[in-house]
Design a binder for this molecule. Structure first.
Ligand code: SF4
Length: 1011
C-alpha cells in the first residue's frame, strides 16, 4: 500500500509496522519492544539505521487518507522531529523525522513512544478538586471561577506575591512568553520554572564569562571536534540521539572521548578515558588539568592575550592545584590528569560538554565558569568543533529560559530594572504606571517606597521557604499562600518532606498538567487542591527552542484530548477572570475570547527580544525551515540551496534585526571567522570597557569584514553618530526611535515629497511648537532629537535600525570584547573549590569551607551553619542522583507510558559492591536510604561497581511512594502512572548555589541499611 506523504519524508522505517499494529492492539508490549529495538532502552534508531527495513503490511494499512504532520519530541532538548500519522483525527502511527538534521531518522525510546500522549490512558481527563478528601469532577468554568475568586481574596489580603506562578519547560515559546507576561500583569516576580534547578548556574556562569548563557555550538557541530570532554553529563541516557553526533566525531576524527563522572555511566562506556572524580570536586579537577596546561605552556597564549581578561588571576589560583593536592581533593591521580591535559592540548579544537552533574551544587556557578575557562585557555572558543556544548534538559527549557519564565528577569534576559520594565511596557503598548501599580510596594530600609517589580522573586528551588519561612526574615510582606504548579514535577526538587509540610500549609494548591503529578498525592490535604488538565504540545502548535538555540515549529497533531486545554488558552481564561485580558492581549490577535493566536504571539516576541536576537524568527521562516529540513547540511546546519538557502536550521539565536534583513542565525557563538551578517560573532561587550585600568575590549581582533578593526563597545545611537553611521538609519527607523523617547506623532511621510510642499515640517503637537524659528526644514525630527535618542542602544531600539546598521558595517551589535575569566560581581570572582554543605571530608571542610550564611532572592540562605555540623559518622556515604534513558524529569508522563514503564519498573539505588558487602545488603533486596535531614526512601538495591566505594546513586524520575508508603490510592481514578516509586529527593537535602539558588542534588550524604 502506498502512503501519501505530504511533506516528502522518507519511506516508513522498519519498526513502524510494529507500531501500527500496536495501534490495533494486536501486539503485546514485549513484542513491540523486541520489534522496535527498544528493549535495549537506549539508542533505538541508531541501531535501526543498520537494521532491516520492512514495508507496512497490508494489514496495517489504513483504509482512509493518512495525513502526516511534523512535530518535535516533547521530552529532551535534542529536538528530534516526530512524523505523526493521523487518520480521521486519530494519531495512528509515528516515525522519526529522517530529514531532520538533528536526529537523522533516529529516536530514543522516549521519542519513539510519544504517540502514547494521544492515547492518554493515564491522563488527567477533566478538571478536578478535592472535597473532603475525595477527588470530585468540576467544570472548567467553575474551576477558573473558584480558583480566581480565592486568588483575588489572597491578593486583597496579602498582596500579589502571595500567589506563586510556577511555570514550565514544557511550554512552547509562545506560551512561556505569555506566562511571564501574565505574571507581570498579575503583579509578581514569584514566577519561575525548571531551568532554575537544571542549568541556572550555567546561564549565570556562562553569560557572565562571555555574554550569553547558552550552548555555544550545536550537537551537529560536534562532528568537527577533535576531542570531546564531558563532565557531569550522561548524554547516552539523558540526550540519547545526541550520541550519534558524538560518535561521529569519535569515528571520523578519531576524537578521544574523555568522560569525567563519579559514576561509570553508559556514556563512560564509550570513553577513551574515564575520570572518576569525587562528587563536588569539579573546580579542583579542572584546575588540576589547567595546572598541567600552564606548567607545560600548552595554553593558547595569543587567544588569551587578545580575547580573555583575568587569566593571570586564574593562574595564581591554579598554582595551588598541584597533582598531589588535586588528587587529595578529587581522588584522581595526577598522572591521569596530565594525560587528559595533553590529550586536550594535542587535539584542538575540542568541545566541552556538561549537564546537571556540574550545575547542581552550592558552587555550581564556579563549576560552569571553570569549564569555560578551560576552553578559553585552550583557545577552543568561537570555532567549529570547539565551544561549550551545554546540553539542556527538557524539550523547551532553553526557550522558557529565553522567554523569561524566571523570577529574576523579564523575557530576553532584560532583567528587572526600571529600564527593562519600560522596554517591555513599550513592546506591550502598556501604561508603565498601571503595570507597576499591579505590584506590591513595601518600605525600603530608608523608609522609602519600594515597588517589588524590580525585586527578584523567590526561585522555584525555595518556594517551600516562601511558604514556611517567617515573613519577618524575608523580603516580601507576606508568605506564599497559593501555589500554581503548571507543568512542573515537585519530585524533581529536594527537601520533599518539607515540601509536603509547605503544601499542607497553603490556602490553595493548583496543579495544571496533562497528568496529576506527584503534587496530587504527596500531601495529606483534604480540600483546596485543584487539578486542571493541560494539553500536550502535540495538541497545539507553536515554536520550541532546542539546546543549540535553533527554533523549530510544531504543527498540531490532534485536537486536545478529553477536556484538556492548551496552556495559552488557560492563561487566557485566567486573564479574563482577573479582568486584564484586554490589556494582556491588546496587540495579539485572538482565535476566540480566551485563546491568543500562536503566530501573532510569536510576532509580539519578535518585536521585543532584541537582546538575544529572537527577532528574525517569524512564524513564516520557522515553518519554511521545517518544510525544507532536507535542504540543511547535517554538520554545518546551513541550507544549501532551496528556499532557505544560506540560513542555519531553525535560525539559531541571535538571528539579528528584523526578519526583513534576513539574518541566517548564528550557528556557533563568538566565531569571528564569518561576517556577523553571515552568522559570525565576537565576545559580547557586557561588562564595561575597562577594569582596574585594563582594557576589557578585544585586542586587535574582530569579525571578518568588520570596519572597526579592534575591540569596541556595544552599539548605541550615540556610537552611530560618533562613527558617522547614523545617516544609514532610515527615516522609519528614526521615527520609531523617536517614539521611544517620547517624540509622538513623527510623520514618516514628511520630507519625502519631491517639491517639499508637504505641509508641516515637524512633528505634530507640542514638539513642533518647540522648534526654533528658522529651523523649519524638511526633517521631521526636532532639533533635540539626536540628544534625546543618543542613549538608545541595540537592545532597546524597537526599530532594529541600530542592529541593522552595525551589521551592515560588519560589526556585532553587542560589541567586541574579551571574555572575562574573573567575575568580580560574584561571591567567588575567581572560581574556587568549596566543599559541599554535607561533606564527609572534614579535613577538606577546614581547608575549603563553604560560604557564610546570607540573604538573597528574598530569603535567608544557610551555608556555614549547616556545614559546621559533622554528619559524616552517621551518614558516611555520598549520595548523588541522575537520569535514566527511559524516563524524563519527574517522570509522570513517561511512567504513565506503557512502553516505557515496561522498561524500567523499579526505583533503585546503586551501591558499590564493597559498601553493599559491608552493609550486608544483597543485590535486588530492599534497603532504606536516609539523608542527614531525616528524609528516607525504601528502594531496591543495585549492587554495582558503576559507583565507586563510598558513593551511592539514585535516579530522580520516580514518585508516588513516600517513605515506604505506596500512594497509588490517592491518585484520581485511572490517572495513576503505571510505575510508581520513591523519590530520591525525599532524602536529598538543603543546599543552594551562591548566585542562582540552584539546588544541590549531586553531593549530599546518606546512610543505607537493609529494609
Ligand atoms: S527524548 Fe530527546 S533524544 Fe529522545 S527522541 Fe526525544 S528529543 Fe530525541
Amino acid at each position: 500500500m502506498l502512503r501519501k506523504k505530504t511533506n516528502g519524508v522518507a519511506r516508513r522505517p522498519q519498526r513502524t509496522s510494529v507500531l501500527s499494529r500496536v495501534g490495533e492492539s494486536t501486539v503485546d508490549r514485549r513484542a513491540f519492544l523486541r520489534g522496535s529495538g527498544l528493549a535495549i532502552g537506549g539508542l533505538a534508531a541508531v541501531g535501526a539505521t543498520g537494521g532491516t527495513v520492512t514495508r507496512a503490511t497490508a494489514q496495517s494499512a489504513a483504509q482512509t487518507a493518512v495525513e502526516t504532520i511534523k512535530s518535535v519530541c516533547t521530552h529532551c532538548s535534542v529536538g528530534c522531529t516526530v512524523i505523526a500519522e493521523v487518520e480521521n483525527g486519530v494519531w495512528t502511527g509515528q516515525e522519526p523525522g529522517w530529514d531532520s538534521p538533528f536526529n537523522l531518522g533516529a529516536h530514543c525510546a522516549k521519542g519513539a513512544s510519544v504517540r502514547e500522549h494521544a492515547h492518554g490512558e493515564r491522563r488527567l481527563k477533566y478538571p478536578m478538586k478535592k472535597v473532603g478528601g475525595e477527588w470530585t469532577r468540576i467544570s472548567w468554568e467553575d474551576a477558573i471561577n473558584e480558583i480566581g475568586d480565592q486568588m483575588n481574596v489572597i491578593r486583597e489580603e496579602s498582596g500579589p506575591d502571595s500567589v506563586y506562578w510556577l511555570g514550565s519547560a514544557k511550554h512552547s515559546n509562545e506560551q512561556a512568553y505569555l506566562f511571564r507576561k501574565f505574571a507581570a500583569y498579575w503583579g509578581t516576580n514569584n514566577v519561575d520554572h525548571q531551568a532554575r534547578i537544571c542549568h541556572s548556574t550555567t546561564v549565570a556562569g556562562v553569560a557572565n564569562t562571555w555574554g550569553y548563557g547558552a550552548m555555544t555550538n550545536s550537537y551537529n557541530d560536534i562532528h568537527n571536534s577533535k576531542a570531546i570532554f564531558i563532565i557531569g553529563g550522561n548524554p547516552a541516557e539523558a540526550h540519547p540521539v545526541s550520541l550519534q553526533h558524538l560518535l561521529k566525531a569519535k569515528e571520523q576524527n578519531n576524537a578521544p572521548l574523555i568522560v569525567c563522572d563519579p559514576r561509570f555511566t553508559r556514556t563512560a562506556a564509550h570513553a577513551d578515558e574515564f575520570v572518576r572524580l569525587r562528587p563536588g570536586s569539579d573546580v579542583a579537577l579542572v584546575w588540576g588539568i589547567l595546572w598541567h596546561l600552564f606548567e607545560n605552556g600548552w595554553e593558547d597564549k595569543e587567544f588569551i592575550r587578545t580575547r580573555v581578561w583575568g587569566m593571570d588571576q586564574i593562574r595564581d589560583e591554579v598554582k595551588k592545584w598541584t597533582p598531589e593536592e588535586t588528587e587529595r581533593v578529587t581522588g584522581v591521580p595526577g598522572s591521569q590528569l596530565k594525560r587528559v591535559a595533553r590529550t586536550l592540548a594535542n587535539n584542538r579544537p575540542g568541545t566541552v560538554i556538561w549537564c546537571m552533574g556540574g550545575t547542581q551544587h552550592t558552587t555550581g556557578n564556579n563549576n560552569t565558569r571553570a569549564y569555560c575557562i578551560l576552553q578559553l585557555a585552550l583557545g577552543n572558543m568561537g570555532t567549529a568543533g570547539g565551544g561549550t556544548n551545554i546540553f539542556r534538559g527538557h524539550d523547551n527549557v532553553q526557550g522558557a529560559t529565553d522567554l523569561g519564565v524566571l523570577s529574576h528577569t523579564l523575557p530576553g534576559y532584560y532583567g528587572l530594572s526600571d529600564g527593562a520594565w519600560a522596554h517591555w511596557a513599550r513592546v506591550w503598548g502598556e501604561d508603565l504606571d498601571w503595570l507597576k501599580g499591579q505590584f506590591a510596594t513595601v518600605k525600603g530600609e530608608g523608609g522609602e517606597d519600594q515597588n517589588l517589580c524590580t525585586l527578584t522573586g523567590i526561585p522555584v528551588s525555595r518556594w517551600i521557604d516562601g511558604v514556611l519561612e517567617d515573613p519577618a526574615n524575608t523580603d516580601q510582606p507576606n508568605p506564599v499562600r497559593a501555589m500554581v504548579l503548571w507543568g512542573h514535577a515537585p519530585n524533581s526538587q529536594t527537601r520533599m518532606k518539607e515540601m509536603k509540610t509547605a503544601m499542607e500549609k497553603l490556602d490553595m494548591l493548583v496543579v495544571i498538567d496533562p497528568y496529576p503529578t506527584v503534587s496530587a498525592v504527596m500531601n495529606d490535604r483534604t480540600d483546596g487542591v485543584y487539578l486542571l488538565p493541560a494539553a500536550t504540545q502535540f495538541e497545539t502548535r507553536g515554536s520550541v527552542t532546542a539546546s543549540n538555540r535553533s527554533l523549530q515549529w510544531r504543527e498540531q497533531v490532534v485536537q486536545p484530548l478529553f477536556e484538556s486545554k492548551p496552556d495559552h488558552e488557560i492563561i487566557g481564561l485566567f486573564a479574563n477572570k482577573f479582568g486584564f485580558a484586554d490589556r494582556l492581549f491588546r496587540n495579539i490577535e485572538m482565535d476566540d475570547a480566551n485563546t491568543p493566536n500562536v503566530e501573532s504571539t510569536l510576532r509580539e516576541i519578535n518585536k521585543g527580544m532584541w537582546t538575544i536576537g529572537y527577532t528574525g524568527q517569524t512564524p513564516e521562516r520557522l515553518k519554511m525551515h521545517m518544510e525544507n529540513q532536507q535542504t540543511f547540511d547535517r554538520t554545518t546546519l546551513q541550507a544549501v540551496g532551496g528556499p532557505a538557502d544560506g540560513d542555519y536550521y531553525g535560525l539559531p539565536w541571535p538571528c539579528w534585526g528584523t526578519a526583513e534583513i534576513n539574518h541566517p542565525g548564528t550557528p556557533n557563538l563568538y566565531d569571528m571567522s564569518k561576517p556577523v551578517a553571515e552568522g559570525g560573532l565576537t565576545f559580547r561587550a557586557r561588562f564595561g570597557v575597562e577594569r582596574d585600568g585594563e582594557n576589557l575590549l578585544a585586542e586587535g581582533v574582530y569579525s571578518v569584514g568588520s570596519e572597526i578593526q579592534d575591540g569596541y563597545p556595544e552599539f548605541t545611537y550615540q556610537m552611530l553618530m560618533d562613527l558617522g553611521w547614523d545617516g544609514d538609519l532610515t527615516r522609519e527607523e528614526k521615527i520609531v526611535m523617536g517614539g521611544i523617547v517620547g517624540f509622538e506623532g513623527l510623520d514618516a511621510t514628511v520630507g519625502e515629497s519631491d517639491d517639499g510642499d508637504d505641509g508641516t515640517t515637524s512633528p505634530s503637537g507640542d514638539q513642533a511648537s518647540n522648534e526654533e524659528v528658522g529651523e523649519q526644514s524638511m526633517s521631521p525630527f526636532p532639533s533635540d532629537y539626536d540628544e534625546k535618542v543618543a542613549a538608545i542602544n541595540w537592545k532597546t531600539d524597537l526599530s532594529g535600525g541600530i542592529q541593522r546598521v552595525a551589521i551592515a558595517h560588519g560589526c556585532a551589535p553587542f560589541g567586541n570584547a574579551k571574555a572575562r575569566a574573573v567575575v568580580w560581581t560574584f561571591p567567588d570572582p575567581v572560581p574556587v573549590h568549596r566543599e559541599p554543605l554535607y561533606s564527609n571530608r572534614r579535613d577538606l571542610v577546614a581547608d575549603y569551607p563553604t560560604y557564610e550564611d546570607r540573604k538573597f532572592y528574598r530569603l535567608p540562605t544557610m551555608y556555614e551553619s549547616i556545614q559546621k555540623n559533622d554528619f559524616s559518622e552517621e551518614y558516611p556515604i555520598i549520595l548523588t542522583s541522575g537520569r535514566l534513558v527511559e524516563y524524563e524529569g519527574g517522570g509522570d508522563e513517561t511512567r504513565s507510558n506503557p512502553w516505557l514503564a515496561e522498561l524500567q519498573q523499579d526505583m533503585f539505588v546503586e551501591i558499590n559492591t564493597r559498601d553493599a558487602n559491608n552493609l550486608g545488603v544483597r543485590d535486588g533486596t530492599q534497603v532504606w536510604v536516609e539523608g542527614p535531614e531525616g528524609g528516607k526512601v525504601k528502594v531496591m538495591a543495585m549492587v554495582t561497581n558503576r559507583v565507586g566505594a563510598g558513593v551511592a546513586f539514585m535516579p530522580f524520575h520516580f514518585g508516588g511512594h513516600f517513605e515506604g508508603v505506596d500512594l497509588r490510592d490517592k491518585y484520581p481514578d485511572g490517572a495513576d502512572p503505571y510505575v510508581l516509586g520513591e523519590s530520591t529527593n525525599v532524602a536529598q537535602t538543603y543546599g543552594y548555589d551562591s548566585v542562582t539558588q540552584m539546588q544541590e542534588t549531586k553531593a549530599t550524604l546518606c546512610k543505607i541499611w537493609a529494609a
